[in-house]
Write a protein that binds this ligand. Structure first.
Ligand SMILES: N[C@@H](CCC(=O)N[C@@H](CS)C(=O)NCC(=O)O)C(=O)O
Length: 210
């Protein structure tokens, strides 16, 4: 059985969701953020020196990085239903979107997401990062045209990884002008697997920026 180190209000909700919908057995150890700094507590560093969430103990390895964890758990610890098989025509697209969430979206989405809570960004950074977010959201909006899921006509780990990035955009009201993103996000959070994730691990975001 895998051991999931879950931090409240964090990306490790992704792994709860994956395990719940993917039929992966897991044990969960929960941590709370420091109320002042909002960083993880020192106890999480006992599991892995980065003290990041998600951290997963699996097959003798202490693993970090959501996309890699999702890929590994789907392939080695589930029936593969939440992945896209290597010979599937959309396999390349699946890997691209699974890793796009953290790889390309992560930096601009996270910084602009937390900036309002930290007093805002200097104008030059604001302009640069907001333009990047707009471009990436437009890309997602185009990609979701006529689709319920990002790849392969089914719910996959790529949707789970993308969802976290959209939580912040939803909280900032940035899905309203993008109907495909809004429809996609609303359908994801209506899934019983997501509801169960929130029930077990708490809300995904700490505060909704005003
Ligand atoms: N790219 C990593 C990011 C991991 C990450 O930064 N997690 C945040 C939670 S959302 C964290 O652990 N923050 C607490 C801290 O760094 O102290 C992943 O997707 O797993």
């Amino acid at each position: 059985m895998i051991k999931l180190h879950h931090l409240g209000y964090s990306r490790s909700s992704r792994i709860i969701w994956l395990c719940e919908e993917g039929g992966i057995e897991y044990e969960m150890i929960s941590y709370q953020r420091d109320p002042k700094t909002r960083r993880s507590p020192p106890e999480l560093a006992d599991a892995h020196r980065l003290a990041k969430a998600p951290t997963v103990e699996v097959d003798g390895h202490v693993m970090v990085e959501s996309g890699a964890i999702i890929e590994y758990l789907v392939e080695k610890h589930s029936d593969g239903a939440l992945g896209v098989a290597p010979d599937h025509p959309e396999r390349a697209k699946y890997l691209e979107w699974l890793h796009f969430a953290e790889g390309t979206m992560g930096m601009s989405f996270i910084i602009t997401g937390i900036a309002p809570m930290l007093g805002g960004l200097p104008d030059v950074m604001n302009g640069f990062l907001n333009a990047e977010v707009e471009k990436l959201m437009d890309h997602l909006e185009a990609e979701l045209e006529g689709k319920d899921f990002i790849v392969a006509d089914k719910f996959t780990g790529a949707d789970i990884n993308l969802h976290y990035m959209l939580e912040g955009r939803s909280a900032l009201g940035q899905l309203e002008s993008r109907p495909n993103c809004k429809r996609y996000f609303d359908a994801l959070v209506a899934r019983p697997g997501y509801q169960k994730t929130v029930e077990l691990g708490g809300p995904v975001l700490m505060t909704r920026p005003s």
